[in-house]
Design a protein around this ligand. Sequence first.
Ligand code: NI
Length: 150
Amino acid sequence: MAIRQIRMRDDEALYKKCKTVVKFDEKLGILLDDMYETMQKADGVGLAAPQVGILKRAVVIDVGMGKIEMINPEIIETSGEQTGNEGCLSFPGLYGEVTRPNYVKAQAQDRNGKKFIIEGEELLARAICHECDHLDGVCFTSHVTKYLDE
Ligand code: NI
């Protein structure tokens, strides 16, 4: 495993629509392992492939309930609402208030291509929304209603 460089703020990789993953090969596994290690080292709860410069639809999440890997994720159901402070490893030191659904149901594939369904509430729901946004080139800054003073 290796730590990859996290793309910051104005990096164009953060603003592009990512491609569907079609090859579930060893290279994808290495990418996911590296992303998880990079996220942990940076003390984050989620990381999307474009944040390490790879424009593919892959994310890793760990909100303290174990590692979740989602390939080609799609949010299929949401409900409720939560408003809270959000940050992003690509925007160190920047936090702002973002409203997200309180419950999210998503479908995705694992690193072997097997489909699964995941449901999350609160922080997990927020993380799924945040990371899925990254795959469409959307950063949390476009949802912030109020920035926190540092
Ligand atoms: Ni982010």
